[in-house]
Ligand binder design. Structure first.
Ligand code: HEC
Length: 251
């Protein structure tokens, strides 16, 4: 009898065991300057992350909710923003002959997308859509730690696991089979500020930049939070002194 119960239990557990093998590994954690209520973006890191986005991720991923002028939030000057925007060509409407024209980008333009639409992106990627990156950190469990881990999660598949054509094994991707080729390696970019471009550094920087694009108001919100706290402490002291004065003569 006991054996039969055990057998039944084993049968019930089997599919669970299978599902566990598919489960993603626990995420790596990096130290983030923007954590906590006093946190602010490390602008140098966010700028390096923007360099990675521009030189690598932007070949496949769009960033439709970011305008070039939003780069002011990571510390780019108006002149730098103008130069970044002017480096791309965007449709400029019709000319007098009704022909499509092109013009250099302006700070108010949104980031130029690599593909004209999702269908074209999917077709180029063998059917997998590279998601828009503007709000990706907000949309994924683990936020910046997920991006940080995913970038470093490409490993050889365990023995006996078949990786389908056009896919890669990533230990942090749910289901493990991801259609994105490993985008980062040591020295994938040469940082403009001279920082050593290790894989972990690049992963950290691009995650910082992608957190900024998801939460561009974070610095202001944190500084507002701190001011509200200071105000509350100040008001507590004022109220306390007032109470002492009001009750001073009551014996
Ligand atoms: C060669 C094209 C290509 C490049 C370059 C690329 N990606 Fe991707 N990315 C993809 C595709 C395709 C997917 C969809 C994968 C899937 O659904 O299996 C994807 C998915 C993702 C995802 C979502 C994973 C999820 O949980 O759904 C993240 C995050 C991501 N990419 C980050 C990046 C970052 C950061 C860079 C730059 C460092 C980058 N990608 C560069 C093609 C690319």
């Amino acid at each position: 009898m006991r054996l039969r119960v055990l057998a039944a239990l084993a049968f019930l557990m089997a599919p669970l065991g299978g599902a566990n093998a598919q489960e993603a590994a626990p995420l790596l954690h990096s130290h983030w300057s923007f954590d906590g209520i006093f946190g602010t973006y490390d602008k140098a890191s966010a700028q390096r992350g923007f360099q990675i986005y521009s030189q690598i991720c932007s070949a496949c991923h769009s960033m439709n909710y970011m305008a070039y002028r939003n780069l002011a939030g990571i510390g780019l000057s108006p002149a730098q923003i103008k130069a970044v925007a002017a480096a791309v060509t965007v449709p400029g409407g019709l000319d007098d002959q009704g022909k499509e024209t092109e013009r250099p980008g302006r700070p108010s333009d949104t980031f130029k997308a690599p593909f004209p639409n999702d269908k074209a992106a999917e077709a180029a990627m063998g059917g997998a859509l590279p998601p828009d990156q503007s709000l990706l950190v907000a949309a994924r469990d683990g936020g910046p730690n997920y991006i940080y881990s995913l970038m470093q999660g490409y490993v050889d598949p365990p023995a006996g696991v078949q990786v389908p054509v056009g896919h890669y094994y990533n230990k942090y991707f749910p289901g493990h089979m991801i259609a994105m080729p490993p985008p980062l390696t040591d020295n994938a970019v040469t940082y403009a500020d001279g920082t050593k471009a290790t894989l972990a550094q690049e992963a950290h920087d691009v995650a910082t930049f992608l957190t900024y694009t998801s939460y561009p108001q974070l610095d202001e919100q944190h500084s507002l939070g701190v001011r509200v706290l200071l105000f509350l402490i100040f008001m507590t002291i004022v109220t306390y002194i007032a109470k002492r004065r009001v009750w001073a003569d009551v014996h």
